[in-house]
Design a protein around this ligand. Structure first.
Ligand code: CDP
Length: 237
């Protein structure tokens, strides 16, 4: 009995279950596109501005527009106050987020411009880079940026020796946990982000990525629903 208890997840979820999710699009009126995505206690907001002419001019690409991304967590988003301002972690997550979204957007028609994405985490319980990517992808679609597909992201991992979907902080913090944030374009299952922190065998990694795909397909449906919902609201105004 004690053994069974030990392998239970802290919030009682099944191993292949995500946390409860919520998505909303068009929430920041002055942005060209915006969205909120909540996964359990992790909440991400994303705002998109552009395409707009990029200054200074030497940074412009005369062949296509460029993406720029800034990720940050609010000081009060975690139990121990996060120091405000840029951090190494913020720089890394901004970069991997930009790279995860890049394959989905097509800025060929927008030479010399920039599309800025700002992601802010208001509440963090692990998986913030994934929630940020999911929110940003909806915000890009809301801004009308040409896209191949939406990008959906979730973290998978090995917790207590078992492969589990959408880890919470308590699980991430356990000794021996392997955390694998993944981002996927669901239409062709193209993986645009795969990071790995910890140890895992090849067979387990394959199992974990398959589980991430399942989770991302579920998130994809919620993203599409939230985008449609915005237009329902406009129709009813
Ligand atoms: O959030 P994500 O899992 O993408 O990235 P992480 O660097 O692995 O951080 C895991 C979690 O640690 C975050 O989601 C926060 O809950 C927590 N954290 C924190 O409490 N204080 C920080 N300065 C950074 C992260």
């Amino acid at each position: 009995m004690a053994q069974a208890k030990k392998t239970e997840r802290p919030d009682g979820r099944k191993l292949n279950e995500t946390r409860e999710m919520e998505a909303k699009v068009g929430i920041i009126k002055r942005a060209d596109g915006s969205a909120m995505f909540r996964m359990g206690k992790t909440i991400a907001y994303a705002a998109v501005y552009g395409p707009r002419e990029l200054f200074p001019g030497f940074m412009q690409n005369p062949e296509k527009g460029i993406l720029r991304c800034n990720y940050d967590m609010m000081s009060f988003s975690v139990t121990e106050r996060k120091r405000p301002g840029p951090s190494r972690r913020g720089v890394e997550i901004s970069l991997v987020t930009k790279n995860a979204l890049g394959p989905a957007v097509n800025l060929d028609q927008f030479a010399n411009t920039v599309v800025d994405i700002f992601i802010i985490i208001t509440q963090a319980d692990a998986g913030t880079r994934c929630a940020g990517i999911t929110a940003a992808s909806m915000a890009l679609a809301d801004a009308g940026i040409p896209m191949k597909d939406l990008v959906s992201a979730v973290s998978v991992g090995k917790v207590n020796g078992r492969i589990a979907l959408d880890l919470v902080k308590e699980e991430e913090d356990l000794d021996g946990t392997t955390d694998i944030p993944c981002a996927i374009m669901s239409r062709n299952n193209e993986i645009t982000l795969l990071q790995l922190d910890g140890d895992i065998s090849e067979a387990e990694l394959i199992e974990a990525v398959e589980l991430a795909k399942e989770g991302c397909h579920k998130i994809y449906e919620i993203q599409k629903e939230a985008l449609k919902e915005k237009y329902k609201e406009i129709k009813n105004e």
